[in-house]
Design a protein around this ligand. Structure first.
Ligand code: ZN
Length: 154
């Protein structure tokens, strides 16, 4: 297949989301699929990208008991009440906001989850497996978040 022969389109939109707590797995599969539908792209890729260092994007199974397990796993891995240099506001001077909250645990959790997922688009649909769902994972606290969805294809 010669790419130059295709009418490749690039389409983009942003989802705005706010979780209720942290960590929390917000299932964003339907809104992402809706954006893919509106893009008109039949075959290509969708990139789902969190514009934040304490809110992640991850594909996993949406089973309520499993979501509890994964939230507990993140808490065990990097507990909120552990000691973090990032939380020591008597020493720290870089990237301090007026409403800065101690969130070293959320950054450390994010390190393992990552900021994006790439999903093939086939025949106008996300080519997800039966149990695969796309999550925005809030790791810090309820905050307004932006998730950019970019769809490229023809
Ligand atoms: Zn921080």
């Amino acid at each position: 297949m010669v790419l130059g022969a295709l009418n490749v389109q690039l389409w983009r939109d942003t989802l705005e989301l706010t979780a209720n707590r942290a960590p929390e797995f917000l299932d964003i599969t339907e809104p992402v699929q809706e954006l893919v539908r509106r893009s008109g792209v039949q075959n290509g890729i969708a990139v789902v990208f969190s514009r934040h260092t304490t809110a992640a994007i991850k594909i996993n199974e949406h089973e309520p008991e499993l979501l509890k397990d994964m939230e507990q796993f993140l808490n065990r891995l990097s507990p909120m009440d552990a000691a973090y240099f990032h939380n020591d506001f008597t020493v720290r001077t870089v990237n301090m906001e007026d409403d800065e909250c101690p969130n070293g645990h959320a950054h450390c959790q994010h390190l393992l989850l990552g900021a994006s997922e790439t999903i093939p688009v086939i025949d106008g649909c996300l080519a997800l497996g039966v149990w695969q769902r796309i999550f925005m994972v809030e790791l810090d606290r309820p905050r307004q978040r932006e998730v950019v969805v970019q769809v490229m294809g023809a």
